[in-house]
Design a protein around this ligand. Structure first.
Ligand code: P1T
Length: 387
């Protein structure tokens, strides 16, 4: 069966396990080989089997690109050495003077890339509230070429209506990039909602095991894909074959992992909602959560990330993150093990003093796939320190 038939005919879980990963024709190997060769033999100049030099294309990377593109319902997929490398490649679509509108809650590294690397080169940017479409439409900067949004956002988990933003942006001649790292294609497919480009930190749920750094771009537009593929090769921020294998291996279990992440997150939310030391619980399923309606409309479930603020402020937040035992105090997210962190001093330290600064009393949880009872008990004992 050809790739196209596979993509249109199979369910998500089947595509995750099989697309791009047919048994190796030379050996019958069921697992996609890790092709380390940097170069590929040619019968005559330009006469080859689809691969010439491993920066331009590699069979293990091609398998990953085909598979994840299929999961995003995309015609084109491009893998990168990190999420930020993928983002940087997207920003190379702009020409000097083009403005980027960035949602006012986003990963600190994305903010840093846009404001500290690209802005000094002549690419203006503004932070905007993407939940208020009317205000955005009324105050739309005419030089905007790209709207960059996360949904749910990192770390406040605000959900943005992708369809509404895409329709506004397109009416003003701008492209929409959705960072789908938190939702993953299992929970949300931005391209089918009108987004132009999806980016991922594959380091997170796609890899799923905290053992590989990677990035991904998925899209449908052929012309944009050609330009992105050109800079993928020309600037060269490609992932190693072994890293491609690790992400591909992670993706096979994405659906089952996401189901457990979501269920465990709900158990944790229930505990937090009842705790006197907790001020606000941020989780897209909660009816009063910013963007809950958008999340309910465009997501299959509400994800494995949970954030909360503490009544005792920053001191209490630092106390809680110090006392968990099953939740490991560490940056990153989206893997099988549960992580806890203080965004203000860790992942979002680079946003201090900017419109993307996060509350000092905020704690972020990446809820893993361990036993829900153990996770709830662990948080309950850590919260005893701030009761
Ligand atoms: O770390 P890297 O693979 O380069 O991906 C960057 C990135 C992009 N987009 C989102 C939404 C992210 O959360 C990240 C990385 N985030 C963390 C390391 C973190 O702990 O939030």
């Amino acid at each position: 069966m050809g790739e196209l038939e596979q993509q249109t005919g199979w369910g998500f879980e089947t595509r995750a396990v099989h697309v791009g990963q047919a048994p190796d024709p030379t050996s019958g190997a069921v697992v996609t080989p890790i092709t380390l060769s940097t170069t590929f033999a040619q019968d005559g100049v330009g006469n080859h089997k689809g691969f010439e030099y491993s920066r331009s294309g590699n069979p293990t990377r091609a398998a990953l690109e085909t598979c994840v593109a299929s999961l995003e319902d995309a015609s084109h997929g491009l893998a990168f050495a990190s999420g930020l490398a993928a983002e940087d490649n997207v920003l190379r679509l702009l020409t000097q003077g083009d403005r980027v509108l960035l949602g006012n809650d986003a990963y600190g590294g994305t903010f840093r890339l846009i404001s500290k690397v690209w802005q000094p080169l002549g690419f203006p940017w503004s932070a905007v509230d993407l939940t208020d479409i009317d205000a955005l439409a009324a105050d739309w900067p005419s030089d905007t070429r790209l709207v960059w949004l996360e949904t749910p956002t990192n770390p406040l988990l605000t959900c943005i209506d992708i369809e509404a933003i895409a329709s506004l942006a397109h009416s003003r001649g701008a492209l929409v990039v959705v960072d789908n790292t938190f939702a993953t294609p299992f929970l949300q497919q931005p391209l089918t909602l009108g987004a132009d480009i999806v980016v991922h930190s594959a380091t997170k749920y796609l890899g799923g095991h905290s053992d590989v750094v990677g990035g991904f771009i998925a899209l449908n537009d052929e012309t944009l894909a050609d330009r992105l593929r050109f800079t993928q090769n020309a600037a060269g921020a490609i992932p190693a074959p072994f890293d491609c294998y690790l992400v591909l291996r992670g993706v096979k279990t994405l659906a089952v992992r996401m189901e457990r992440h979501c269920a465990n997150a709900r158990a944790v939310v229930d505990l937090l909602l009842g705790h006197p030391g907790v001020d606000r619980v941020l989780y897209p399923q909660l009816p009063d959560h910013p963007g809950h309606a958008a999340a309910a409309k465009q997501m299959r479930d509400f994800g494995g990330m949970v954030s909360f603020t503490l009544r005792g402020g920053e001191a209490a937040a630092l106390e809680v993150v110090k006392h968990t035992e099953v939740f490991t105090l560490a940056e990153s997210l989206g893997a099988v093990e549960s992580l806890i962190e203080h965004p203000g001093q860790m992942t979002h330290a680079s946003a201090a003093g900017s419109p993307l600064q996060v509350p000092a009393s905020l704690v972020r949880l990446s809820v893993g796939i361990e036993s829900a009872a153990d996770l709830v008990a662990d948080l309950a004992q850590a919260l005893e320190h701030v009761r």
